[in-house]
Design a protein around this ligand. Structure first.
Ligand code: FES
Length: 321
């Protein structure tokens, strides 16, 4: 689907270092629909592209709202959004995609957010309310003044009789949430969602061992790193099926960068294995999947791969390029 040219209609201060950006069509009207948990890739004017979860209700059809946490130590996407983007600016945005879908018919949903990981879960909260489905929210942040949407979510939970719990372990007297407690005494067929930093997701997945995998849902913000055991420490070859050209991918290089270096046009956005833009069909060879887009079953099929981050277990890969 074509990229969207959207105007920044509003920027709101939500908490210290967190702004939301409201994006609309310049001429007004409805945007392509999205489901709770979806994200968009925002192409920044400086050549960067970043994935951001949509945090508004899917029923709000005339705007996308993204939340951006300023991290000066990151690669510059959030600093660009905070420092350079102003109301009225135009941004190129991909249509929504969803790697973190909400199971709308679950009898109960437990949503666990760490930091800015609240953004997709806030959209889920609104969707579950629209469906009148049971939910509860656990929201962890270091300090309350850094946490967005707290009053709003607290008030919504109170007015609808939903359970909301907030943990600010960096505040004086603050408490830390023990993840294993989220799974105790829940109704049958409860679905569990977690979005936050990698350490939290690992702890969540460990605590969720024993729960049916189909009821466990996580959203990563950063791609995995190639493991040291990769079979391709010495590099590998990639054959482009269309031209028969064979390329060398050296250790530390990505397939995507090598392919782009030859002038072949390939779609890409996040370069972190989280957006799905660079998905490429594998004709021969065995990829080493390092993305966070494909499900375990899709990865086992070995018939496609994200070439921005994944590598090769075989000496050569033949790609449909
Ligand atoms: S560019 Fe986003 S998954 Fe590859």
């Amino acid at each position: 689907m074509n990229q969207l040219a959207l105007r920044v209609a509003a920027i709101r201060y939500e908490a210290q270092r967190i702004h939301t950006f409201e994006l609309r069509l310049p001429e007004g009207g409805e945007l392509p629909p999205f489901d709770a948990g979806a994200h968009v890739n925002v192409h920044l004017g400086n050549g960067l592209a970043r994935s951001y979860s949509l945090t508004n209700a899917p029923s709000q059809r005339d705007c996308y709202v993204i939340g951006v946490n300023l991290d000066r130590k990151s690669r510059g996407g959030s600093a660009y959004m905070h420092d350079k983007v102003r109301v009225g600016d135009m941004l190129t945005v991909s249509p929504p995609a969803n790697n973190f879908p909400l199971m709308e018919n679950a009898p109960h949903s437990v949503l666990i957010a760490g930091g800015i990981g609240i953004t997709p879960l806030r959209s889920m909260v609104y969707r579950l309310e629209e469906l009148n489905r049971s939910w509860e929210l656990i929201y962890c942040f270091r300090q309350r003044h850094h946490a967005a949407f707290v009053e709003e979510l607290e008030a919504l939970g109170r007015s609808k009789g939903r359970r909301t719990r907030f943990y600010f372990d960096g505040d004086a007297g603050g408490r830390r949430f023990e993840l294993h407690g989220a799974f105790d005494n829940q109704p049958e067929n409860t679905h569990f969602y977690c979005c936050g930093p990698t350490s939290m997701l690992s702890a969540f997945e460990t605590a969720a061992k024993g729960i049916e995998p189909a009821r466990i849902h996580v959203e990563h913000f950063a791609g995995r790193q190639a493991s040291d055991e990769t079979a391709t420490q010495g590099g590998f070859k990639v054959r482009l099926a269309a031209s028969g050209r064979v390329l060398d991918v050296a250790p530390g290089q990505s397939i995507l960068d090598v392919v782009l270096g030859t002038g072949v046009r390939v779609s890409y956005s996040c370069k972190e294995g989280i957006c799905g833009s660079c998905e490429t069909r594998v004709i021969d060879g065995t990829p080493e999947h390092l993305d966070l887009v494909l499900s375990e079953r899709q990865q086992q099929a070995n018939d496609r791969m994200m070439i921005c981050c994944s590598r090769s277990k075989s000496a050569e890969l033949v790609l449909d390029l």
